[in-house]
Ligand binder design. Structure first.
Ligand code: CDP
Ligand code: MG
Length: 847
């Protein structure tokens, strides 16, 4: 128990504490007054000095009266005296000059004072007359080191500067100029442009500045005289945006549309938008685009930009492309699977339709191969217009190219003259990380360094953000574009002067034996490296910083391998079959895939019942081909007819098609985000049904954005899922599948999933690892899965990807008897042999 204080004690304690408080307040008052006085003295002193300086400037060369002269001299004297006194008795915390110390460390006051006085007379130190603290001095020094200064400073000092900002700076060696590869260089004067012109007029003038413009008439003549023309020209010369317009102006659109294909959807959209601006029309009217799940065209459309995949799908409904007068297969050098297949079809169509024109355009110089393929079609070369590009290699190989890219970008930003930077990275995740780190480091520079505008660009980026990269950089700022391969040839961004090329890109690789897909970061080819470097020399002489050594460069492959030689061909075979190509081996491929790869793909399709015994398309296959999706996903939807749950399954398919951009996990709120996610996984329904739960919950809130926000879901992605879903619903109707909802019958939905993905089933093996049933491939449940902790005995997965490990993504629990029920043709007794002793599927035991 606490001792009780007497009343007297209490009063005494109170009195004491009050006295203490009073003392405290008094001493605080005193200190603050002292500080105020000191500041006031300082201020007065500064006023005096400024007055003297002003007079010196204002009345320089003016003859002063005697009184005026006396006053000035008086002011000066007072100033010197006061100054001297302040130096003497108020030098605590002052930054001491080294000369102030004598031999044995004794302070030599005279010397010290003279140094200080000299310091305040020094015009560059004029604003630092206040005795400033060591800390401030140090900070000033630091900031000085990081400040951008040009001209007067010599190179040596610049180098010292970076050393301070970037302890880990990267050394480059300039080895070569890339100018010898380009036919004609032009004078460096920027074209003169008058300001008082309308936007449209300005654009029209810009069109005339493009390298292709002088060749307009020649080109039209060649196209007039030949049915197929191969067009080669550097990126940015105006092939994609100008040629369709020229054809329109020349009247080709009177006979039918001009179609221009792009390998990437971002390119199709952005180019269409640009052409609309140039023609002064609305997007979707005379000029439009079509990509998977998005059709922005109308009956009026004359110029149609589209992905190569979209044109392939059009072939399904219009096998001779009758509504087109010209087809331009653009960026042919990319050699995507769809481009390669298109080649075969358009070549065939051109033979039967003499009125159609075919243009194959490409940025690199492999034109002879294209020409040979198209029966020796003439090659039209647009002479490049390219400024010289300086190539710099690193002195030593870089272990972490992302880090090296960041450091190099900052080095350029701080030390090099204005001009935008383009950095090639391999994917969305890398771009986002880099963006974050750059933002953070630039903030550290404060206002001393010019603004850095960071613009990411990758295929999944929403359209409204994409346009940011084309906006001109405001004066005094610098733009840095963080791009995937997309900026290599498909997109032209003006104003780029510096290119940072880490030398890698992400390639999808497919193992036909295990069915495993992996996105592997692989070295680029020499052709790519040249193309990347060229991006810096479009509007002025440029510099390319390669984050690898020259020796590394010599070891790169010459060209990138066409996608058709290494990808999963199941959807290729399905499209070919649905387009009426029965003899795959004799299809006119520019580079034929291996026989094994084709057989493997056909096998999978027959397991899915898309092909019959003689490899003809079945009714199921015909329905599947209508969906612009992977065959297994299409099969899942087609199977929903039987299980009466099509409404649920299209939601799943739509959500899967959006990709990995649905959830977001801000670094500081990861726990909340994960918890929000868990709610939709209750009952261990599996990831695909959880996706459906997300969609349904969103639908119940009447598609609320607020709901997305609360659940850490990207509203944009959900909206896209909704659009995709609407289209899938439309296709359901077309193929005669009724829209039925079986929301409470989860087993039916899971069976439906199994019906599409049964080749992707796996069994728990040991220590949390799984074995795929057919190929006996070891795999793990991806940590992001809702079943990652549950580890069900049998699972079916959406994809198998190799990242740090072999991971199964989007997993659903499975009952083994379903496999036997659904796919007795695919799984036999021996596939379950390992499990026989433990728990054998019921169907197998019965048999
Ligand atoms: O196809 P190619 O690489 O030959 O060039 P292009 O894509 O037709 O680009 C020609 C010019 O149009 C570029 O120099 C860009 O300045 C401009 N452009 C643009 O400003 N915005 C776009 N979305 C596309 C092109
Ligand atoms: Mg182009």
């Amino acid at each position: 128990m606490e001792p009780k204080l007497s009343r007297k004690d209490e009063e005494e304690a109170l009195r004491r504490s009050r006295a203490l408080e009073r003392d405290d307040i008094n001493s605080l008052r005193k200190a603050s007054r002292q500080q105020y006085l000191k500041k006031r003295e300082q201020k007065k002193l500064e006023e005096l000095r400024d007055g003297i300086e002003d007079e010196k400037y204002l009345f320089e060369g003016v003859k002063l009266t005697k009184a005026e002269y006396g006053e000035l001299r008086y002011k000066k004297e007072v100033y010197e005296l006061v100054k001297k006194r302040t130096e003497e008795d108020d030098n605590i915390g002052e930054y001491k000059m080294p000369e102030a110390y004598g031999q044995d460390g004794v302070v030599d006051q005279e010397k010290r004072l003279s140094a200080a006085l000299q310091c305040c007379r020094d015009p560059t130190a004029g604003d630092k007359m206040n005795p400033f603290t060591e800390q401030e001095a140090w900070e000033d020094h630091q900031i000085g080191k990081a400040t951008l200064r040009f001209g007067s400073r010599n190179k040596k000092q610049m180098n010292d500067d970076y050393q301070f900002v970037f302890e880990d700076q990267i050394e480059f060696i300039k080895t070569s100029m890339m100018d010898d590869e380009f036919d004609n260089k032009i004078s460096l004067d920027p074209p003169e442009k008058s300001k008082a012109k309308s936007e449209l007029e300005k654009l029209q003038e810009e069109r005339k500045d493009l390298p292709i413009y002088p060749y307009r008439d020649d080109l039209l003549k060649v196209v007039e005289e030949n049915q197929v023309v191969v067009i080669v020209g550097d990126t940015g010369s105006g092939k994609t945006t100008q040629i369709p317009q020229y054809l329109n102006e020349a009247g080709y659109t009177k006979r039918g549309k001009v179609g221009c294909t792009q390998p990437r959807r971002v390119a199709a959209m952005s180019v269409a938008a640009r052409v609309c601006q140039e023609m002064g029309v609305r997007l979707g009217s005379e000029v439009g685009y079509t990509i998977r799940f998005e059709d922005c065209t109308s009956r009026k459309t004359l110029l149609k930009y589209m992905t190569d995949g979209a044109l392939l799908r059009e072939l399904l409904v219009e096998p001779d492309l009758a509504s087109y007068s010209v087809i331009m297969v653009d960026e042919a050098h990319e050699r995507t699977v769809s481009t390669d297949i298109l080649f075969g079809f358009v070549k065939d169509i051109a033979r039967s339709r003499k009125d159609i024109k075919l243009l194959i355009s490409s940025a690199t110089l492999d034109a002879e191969k294209f020409s040979d393929f198209f029966d020796s079609a003439p090659i039209f070369r647009i002479p490049g217009r390219m400024y010289p590009v300086e190539i710099h290699y690193t002195k030593a190989p870089q272990a972490d190219y992302v880090d090296a890219a960041i450091v190099t970008a900052l080095q350029i930003h701080v030390t090099r003259p204005p001009g935008d930077i383009l950095v090639f990275l391999t994917g969305q995740e890398e771009i986002e990380t880099t963006e974050e780190i750059l933002k953070h480091r630039v903030r550290g520079f404060g206002t001393k360094v010019a603004d850095l505008i960071i613009c990411p660009i990758f295929a999944n980026l929403p359209t409204e953000l994409q346009s940011k990269i084309f906006k001109p950089t405001p004066a005094g700022a610098r733009k840095i574009v963080l791009a995937t391969n997309i900026a290599e040839a498909s997109l032209t961004i003006d104003g780029i002067k510096y290119v940072i090329d880490p030398g890698f890109c992400k390639m999808k690789s497919y193992n036909p034996r295990t069915g495993m897909e992996s996105l592997i970061v692989t070295p680029i080819s020499k052709a790519s490296a040249k193309q990347r470097a060229g991006r810096s020399g479009r509007t002025s002489p440029g510099k390319c910083f390669r984050l690898y050594t020259e020796f590394n460069y010599t070891n790169l492959d010459d060209n990138t391998m066409p996608e058709i030689l290494w990808t999963n061909l199941a959807s290729v075979v399905l499209s070919l079959k649905s387009l009426g190509v029965h003899d795959l081996h004799n299809f006119d491929f520019m580079d034929s895939p291996t026989v094994q790869a084709l057989i493997k793909a056909a096998d999978l399709l027959s397991a899915l019942h898309a092909l019959n015994k003689v490899a003809e398309l079945t009714l199921v296959g015909r329905r599947m081909a209508e969906f612009p999706l992977d065959p297994m996903l299409s099969k899942m939807i087609v199977a929903s007819d039987k299980y009466k749950c099509s409404d649920d399954v299209v939601s799943i398919a739509a959500m899967l098609s959006v990709g990995n951009s649905i959830f977001y996990r801000p670094k500081d709120k990861q726990v909340h985000a994960d918890n929000a996610r868990k709610n939709f996984h209750t009952g261990n329904v599996g990831d695909l049904i959880a996706l459906m739960n997300f969609y349904n919950a969103w639908r119940e809130t009447n598609y609320s954005t607020q709901w997305c926000y609360e659940n850490y879901i990207q509203a944009r992605s959900m909206k896209r899922a909704r659009d995709i879903r609407d289209q899938l619903e439309g296709i359901l109707e077309r193929v005669g599948i009724e829209l039925t909802c079986g929301a409470n019958d989860l087993e039916a939905i899971k069976k439906c999933i199994t019906a599409g993905f049964f080749p992707n089933s796996a069994r728990l093996h040991k220590f949390g690892s799984y074995r795929t049933i057919k190929c006996r491939q070891t795999a793990y449940i991806h940590p992001s899965s809702g079943l990652a902790e549950e580890l069900p005995r049998w699972v079916v997965y959406h994809e198998l990807v190799l990242t740090t490990k072999e991971y199964m993504r989007n997993v659903t629990e499975l009952k083994p008897e379903w496999l036997v029920e659904i796919s007795p043709h695919y799984y036999q007794m021996k596939d379950f042999k390992d499990a026989a002793s433990k728990k054998m599927p019921k169907g197998q035991r019965d048999g």
